[in-house]
Ligand binder design. Structure first.
Ligand code: HDD
Length: 722
């Protein structure tokens, strides 16, 4: 039978030809490529037979995974036009089989995440403390891949729950991959990895009912927490505004544990790592975060994506706290306890570098989903401390990748491969992608001169610590103080932040159905701060303060740590922020232009919102398109808003619930609002009052000034905080 020389694939979107249009029915054997060389088919298809969609350029032929060109991608092979599909259709079987296996197990924690490529540049050498080249070669750019995540929710869950955020950075250094796998909170719930599975089970959906998803506000978590006083410091952070960040670009990051830096002689200095966002730290309000869940499930992912696509590359400085063993001995707490911070008043931060994220991954699954972080990925010159939480993590991450990524060769997945040479005698295994040559896959050996050997001077050496002691399941005495730093945290906050924290506790505990859990938790809070416990008890409607459970050590009063605050440390800027302008038919064209210009000049992104996406005709008679339709673009996705309406539109929108919500939410979320006379009926319908954050749209300068910050003074007038 004659074979067609050119494949008769159906163009995207077009219907495949019917039997009648094709003419003669073809047998299975008629599908395939022509014999002999054909430049269209013989074009390279990517390295090593890789099957790739090529961006731009010539459209490659669609093939099976065996490289066989597919003639018809719309119809399975049938016995007659209405007959059964044939088992022999290897093209259908391959396609369906692969599809059936597209998913891998999601991460047991931190399943929902967003990531980007970038670089780290060292600005200050730490050569005095470490031999790690990444920290000694000033000006050197090391490629990085950073993934940010929520902790509790599943892969498809929301971006804005109240939750800690993962902050994991893989540095592809010249000396091997170095992973700093941290969080946006500098402490952790528990002191020993032995308790990690229990902690995670308690915050995940409850096992009998399968809910709630992506939230800590349920009985099992608070049952565990109220019985685990070491978690109190973390609970203060978790209930603070830190866990409802405005953007992944506006979060701090922490390595949490103490690590060691080792110099050429093996001398050790302890180090704590801190990432500081260049856009400044910024959070949302709880009501705003809750409403964002409805407005945009992907709020943070979209924000990261859009900022990188726009060339506004997110950046962080890397700072370190360095201290010696002797200095650590003098701290009034044990720095090996991961529920403690080292206050900056004790050890100041030194900025040593800068990370910039400038490239979104090409493929979400291949990179963001398959990236495998591990705190045990270290390079020579850096080492672990004895923090028992860290010690347990060293096992867990490698182990979890075996089930998640399917076998021991996951380091060969491109996103996980070191960018420096790597060679050893590990061989074979599931999904081996390399083709090692030669006879020698062992050491010592003499048969092959170029087989890899250990290199003592260049190689990784562990710190030669002289730990000793009797074997036992032990918890040091120095880990016994669970409340002093929790108290320090709470008392260091500004008044609105304290109120948010107390209200968050009331919200969460109000979701707890079991009275004894609520009572035990409020009892624990009494150790932290009696006034806080009273506020929460009152917010829960308790008749009396429950008794405080026995404590191993009462809280000490420590000096305040201003670095834990957000208010007062936010940046007075519109950079990285987004301003929404609501307009409609007849809106003042000149005012819109002036506001937009001023906000953009101050660094903001401006988005225009109108009742219809096509936009409206402005006062100058010109049609202005909108970036977002009103009902789908509520004000919670903006940092500040302006409302420019003609008299008629103002009256019309005052009866439109999406418009009323737009202004009312901007008001209750303490945002700046610029408006003109036409918008007055809408502002009135939305209950917008008057204060320093409500400005005349004719004064773009005033708007820019107030748009940079939230109107904290407005809050007590709007809601009862605990
Ligand atoms: Fe963990 C993932 C951060 C304690 C076990 N962890 C994971 C991720 C981050 C953290 C950011 C996501 C990495 C990514 O984006 O792929 N984990 C932390 C921090 C901790 C911490 C800051 C305390 C200071 N973790 C911790 C303990 C254990 C684990 C004590 C177990 C003993 N973590 C895991 C894990 C995960 C993980 C099960 C799930 C997916 C993965 O590792 O790759 O192995």
């Amino acid at each position: 039978m004659a074979r067609p020389r050119t494949p008769t694939t159906t163009p995207p979107g077009a219907q495949p030809p019917t039997e009648r249009q094709r003419g003669k029915p073809k047998s299975a054997g008629s599908v395939g490529r022509a014999a002999g060389p054909d430049p269209e088919f013989d074009a390279p298809r990517g390295q090593g037979g890789e099957y790739q969609q090529q961006a731009g350029g010539k459209r490659p032929p669609l093939t099976t995974n065996q490289g066989v060109v597919i003639a018809d991608n719309q119809n399975s092979l049938k016995q007659g036009p209405r007959g059964p599909t044939l088992l022999e259709d290897f093209i259908l079987r391959e396609k369906i089989m692969h599809f059936d296996h597209e998913r891998i197990p999601e991460r047991i924690v931190h399943a929902r995440g967003s990531a980007a490529h970038g670089y780290f540049e060292l600005t200050k050498s730490l050569a005095k403390y470490t031999r790690a080249k990444i920290f000694t070669e000033v000006g050197e750019r090391t490629p990085v891949f950073a993934r940010f995540s929520t902790v509790a929710g599943s892969k498809g869950s929301i971006d804005t729950p109240r939750d800690a955020r993962g902050f994991a950075v893989k540095f592809y250094t010249k000396e091997g991959n170095y992973d700093l796998v941290g969080n946006n909170i500098p402490v952790f719930f528990i002191q020993d990895a032995m308790k990690f599975p229990d902690l995670v089970h308690s915050f995940k959906p409850e096992p009998d009912r399968g809910f709630p998803q992506a939230t800590n506000a349920h009985d099992t978590l608070w049952d565990f927490i109220s019985l685990t006083p070491e978690s109190m410091h973390m609970i203060m952070w978790a209930m603070s505004d830190r866990t409802i960040p405005r953007s992944l670009r506006m979060m701090e990051g922490f390595g949490v544990h103490s690590f060691r830096l080792l110099d050429n002689e093996g001398r050790s200095t302890f180090v704590k790592f801190h990432w500081r966002p260049e856009l400044g730290i910024q959070s949302t309000l709880w009501d705003e975060a809750a409403k964002l869940q409805a407005a945009d499930n992907d709020y943070h992912r979209r924000d990261l994506f859009e900022s990188i696509q726009a060339g506004d590359f997110p950046a962080w400085t890397l700072a370190v706290q360095l201290f010696t063993e002797e200095e650590a001995e003098a701290f009034p707490f044990d720095h090996l306890d991961p529920t403690k911070i080292v206050p900056e008043s004790l050890v100041p931060l030194q900025v040593v570098g800068r990370m910039v994220l400038d490239r979104w991954p090409d493929n979400f699954f291949a990179e963001t989903e398959q990236v495998a972080f591990c705190p045990a990925n270290l390079v020579p010159g850096i080492d672990f401390s004895n923090d028992p939480l860290l010690q347990g993590r060293l096992f867990s991450y490698l182990d979890t990748q075996l089930i998640r990524l399917g076998g021991p060769n996951f380091h060969q997945i491109p996103i996980n491969q070191p960018k420096c040479p790597f060679a050893n005698h590990q061989r074979d295994g599931h999904m081996q992608m390399q083709v090692p040559r030669g006879r020698v896959n062992y050491e010592p050996s003499s048969l092959q001169e170029d087989s890899p050997r250990a290199d003592a001077p260049a190689g990784f050496r562990s710190h030669a610590s002289a730990d000793d002691g009797a074997k036992g399941r032990l918890r040091p005495e120095s880990f016994a103080d669970h409340f002093s730093q929790a108290r320090m945290f709470f008392r260091s906050l500004e008044a609105p932040e304290q109120a948010h924290l107390a209200s968050a506790l009331v919200f969460e505990l109000s979701k707890v159905e079991t009275p004894k859990v609520r009572e035990r938790m409020v009892g624990q809070l009494r150790h932290v701060d009696e006034a806080l416990a009273t506020r929460v008890a009152d917010g829960l409607g308790m008749d009396a303060l429950p008794p405080a459970p026995p404590a191993a050590m009462p809280a000490q009063d420590l000096p305040p740590a201003p670095e834990v605050r957000i208010i007062g440390r936010m940046k007075d800027t519109l950079k990285g922020r987004c301003v929404g302008i609501l307009f409609d038919e007849g809106s003042d064209a000149a005012a819109l232009k002036a506001l937009r210009k001023a906000a953009e000049a101050a660094g903001a992104t401006v988005r225009l919102v109108a009742p219809k996406l096509g936009g409206a005709v402005l006062s100058d008679g010109k049609k202005q398109a909108a970036d977002g339709q009103l009902a789908g673009t509520p004000s919670q996705v903006f940092d500040a808003v302006a409302v420019l309406l003609s008299e008629a539109a103002g009256k019309k929108l005052a009866k439109e619930s999406a418009a009323v919500d737009f202004v009312s939410n901007a008001w209750v979320h303490l945002k700046a609002i610029a408006s003109d006379a036409g918008a007055a009926p809408l502002l009135k319908a939305g209950g917008v009052g008057r204060d320093a954050g409500i400005v005349d749209a004719a004064d773009p300068k005033a708007f820019v000034a107030v748009a940079k910050t939230r109107q904290w003074a407005r809050e007590p007038k709007l809601r009862t905080l605990a």
